[in-house]
Design a protein around this ligand. Structure first.
Ligand SMILES: [Zn+2]
Length: 298
């Protein structure tokens, strides 16, 4: 749908202006095409917005300005940002500010009516150790499924089935993430002097340390997107946001899509590899074909 709308806009502009210009070749047609996405069903729109906004953040992180250069080269800085995002997202999910996908499900909130001296963990397991071990086991299985799936997809694409390509990074990361988060949260529940409202965000933040062992800009850009969404949902009144069919994201989406497609064709190195895959699927390979034609003309 996006692809056909973009190509119709391209041809119309070409007819109207007499020839292709730098920005009327892709940027303006892609903005027009992307604007129609606002009319799609909410779920489809949410998926498209997630893919494009995440690709945009990741591509911006790859830019060569000093700030993104520093961020892209410093795993410690990335980890700090991920820790903050992790705290915001897990807190937002626990308080039901926002219900987007996140790798971890937060612990249930503790009963606010129980006095702080008698507060205990909200999990059903009697032993905290068992709760932590169960969490690690479950998330190791999820991570393993993800790693095997990625191995199967990349191997079938390259038609190379060597087991040396199979790595267990997601498995290790998810196990470490849930282990740290649950251990810190359970430990803090046993300390009554720590402020109740800080315990959960602090656990979410320390859980984010796991990023240090598995640094991926794709994960960081997704975390940034979800943290922004969580904070903006918090500031909206729930009833109001449910009623609103259109929001700021409908305005930002066409511009982000246009920016990515334009740069993908004109300066491919400015967009990430994942952005390339997303743009190809959004435009039914149209952008890639135009890019090839331009390369042939040069
Ligand atoms: Zn516990």
């Amino acid at each position: 749908m996006d692809a056909s709308l973009i190509s119709i806009s391209m041809c119309s502009l070409r007819k109207f202006l007499g020839k292709f210009h730098f920005y009327t070749l892709l940027f303006i047609p892609a903005t027009f095409g992307g604007a129609f996405c606002a009319l799609f069903p909410k779920r489809v729109k949410h998926l498209q917005h997630t893919a494009i906004f995440q690709a945009l953040i990741e591509s911006l992180l790859l830019h060569l300005n000093p700030l993104s250069k520093l961020l892209a080269s410093s795993v410690s800085l990335q980890t700090v940002i991920f820790m903050v995002c992790s705290a915001v997202i897990l807190e937002g999910k626990q308080r039901k500010w926002y219900n987007g996908f996140w790798f971890l499900t937060p612990d249930a909130p503790t009963d606010p009516d129980v006095p702080p001296q008698r507060k205990s963990c909200s999990h059903s397991e009697l032993d905290c150790g068992l709760y932590i071990v169960r969490g690690i086991r479950n998330y190791l299985i999820i991570g393993l499924a993800l790693d095997v799936f990625r191995y199967l997809v990349s191997s079938s694409k390259l038609n190379q089935w060597s087991l040396s390509h199979l790595n267990f990074q997601s498995t290790a990361w998810l196990g470490c993430y849930v282990g740290l988060y649950r251990a810190v949260h359970c430990y803090l529940q046993s300390i009554p002097i720590v402020n109740e409202s800080l315990k959960h965000p602090f656990a979410g933040c320390l859980g984010g340390l796991s990023y240090f062992f598995y640094p991926k800009l794709t994960i960081l850009s997704y975390a940034l997107l979800e943290a922004i969404r969580t904070l903006s949902s918090k500031n909206h009144k729930t009833g109001e946001s449910k009623k609103n069919r259109f929001g700021w994201s409908d305005l930002l989406f066409p511009l982000s899509l246009a920016y990515l497609i334009h740069n993908y064709v004109m300066e491919e190195q400015r967009v990430s590899a994942l952005s390339g895959v997303i743009i190809d699927s959004t435009t039914a390979n149209y952008a890639r074909n135009i890019s090839k034609r331009i390369a042939r003309l040069q």
